[in-house]
Design a protein around this ligand. Structure first.
Ligand SMILES: O=C(O)CCC(=O)C(=O)O
Length: 355
């Protein structure tokens, strides 16, 4: 095989799920779950407790098999929880149990929650990114993306990915490393900037001032790439060296050398991987993983929403408190439910703790 051949990365393809489980979501954003005694309870966390399947007469709790009867009328059902009657909206949830995703994340250093975001959230993200159904528009500048459409904060607060990140990092206390932004790749026409292989903060120098962390020390950050467009190899899906979170070093300089191939592009040989996933999927990966944006050889722009979730001791690249203040003043904030308002405020306002 020609070592310098382009676009030879191995493709790992996640297909659109045939079947998805459900969440039962209350007006305040809490989800119906079963506690350790198999009693109904209201939960904030996206773990196995809150995942249900539909049955002819109601719902089945996937993790325990406990069934309950319920009548869904006009898209909602009212159920007894303790001494309260609570109305729930059944909404499409994950393909797998959160514990199965966590196993994959711990074993492989990455996981994909395929098609986890609702269609209306994907639509809102496309609108802000100005891609796909809104590709004819230009992005609004000067207003934080999180204030432009409720979909941005809603995607940040997706409950299973937050539960996975907290469990992988072993802490409840997280913050975002920068206000949510979009990585939009225009079609590559043979010239122009192409992202190089890298790892993410805190494993590289940061303009925020965080010292470079030891790759062998405690894990300090998880990246979350939300597929706003369909992520395919041809359309510039992120390239990774899967498993490289365990490597002693960042990517080899040869992978970024001008002579990595005859076109001066970063390495795209068969030792690298591309994760293909449909729009609405969320890809989580350990920040030590070698990766780079793909090269968009399609005719359409590709958007991802990119975030870094960091432990309490990491100094963010950008202060996110200003974006939070703007969000609180914006028309978007009241559209978020109580759970989302709490989560997003915490993730943007938490400040690093010096150890
Ligand atoms: O846009 C992409 O596909 C990946 C970008 C990314 O992950 C990064 O900038 O760290």
């Amino acid at each position: 095989m020609n070592e310098h051949a382009l676009f030879q990365e191995r493709v790992v393809r996640l297909e659109k799920p045939q079947q998805r489980c459900l969440f039962l979501i209350a007006h305040n954003g809490q989800m119906l779950g079963l506690d350790d005694d198999e009693q109904r309870c209201l939960c904030d966390e996206g773990n196995d407790r809150v995942v249900w399947d539909r049955t002819p007469g109601g719902f089945r709790h996937v993790a325990t098999g406990v069934e309950m009867s319920a009548a869904v009328d006009g898209g909602t059902c009212t159920l007894q929880v303790g001494c309260e009657r609570v109305a729930f909206t059944p909404s499409l949830g994950p393909e797998q149990l959160p514990s199965a995703y966590l196993r994959h994340l711990r074993q492989e250093g990455w996981v994909c929650l395929t098609c986890i975001l609702p269609d209306e959230v994907v639509l809102g993200l496309e609108r802000v990114a100005c891609t796909d159904r809104f590709a004819h528009l230009e992005q609004t500048q000067g207003v934080p993306k999180i204030c432009q459409d409720v979909a941005v904060a809603r995607a940040v607060c997706e409950p299973i990915s937050l539960w996975l990140i907290r469990n992988y990092l072993g802490t409840e206390d997280l913050h975002l490393g920068h206000p949510p932004g979009f990585g939009v790749l225009s079609p590559y026409e043979g010239t122009g900037k192409v992202q190089r292989w890298h790892v993410d903060i805190p494993y590289i120098p940061s303009i925020g001032g965080n010292p470079v962390a030891d790759r062998k020390g405690p894990i300090k950050a998880v990246q979350r790439n939300v597929c706003v467009s369909d992520f395919t190899k041809e359309r510039g899906a992120t390239a990774y060296k899967l498993g490289s979170h365990l490597a002693d070093t960042p990517p080899p300089p040869a992978w970024n050398a001008a002579d990595a191939n005859e076109h001066g592009l970063p390495y795209s040989g068969a030792d690298a991987d591309v994760v293909e996933a449909p729009a609405g999927s969320i890809i989580l990966y350990d920040a030590r993983t070698w990766h780079r944006a793909g090269i968009n050889r399609s005719k359409r722009k590709r958007a991802g929403m990119l975030q870094s979730f960091q432990t309490a001791d990491v100094i963010p690249k950008r202060d996110t408190r200003h974006a939070c203040a703007r969000l609180h003043e914006s028309a978007v904030y009241p559209q978020l439910n109580d759970r989302e308002q709490r989560e997003i405020t915490e993730l943007l306002m938490n400040q690093p703790r010096q150890e």
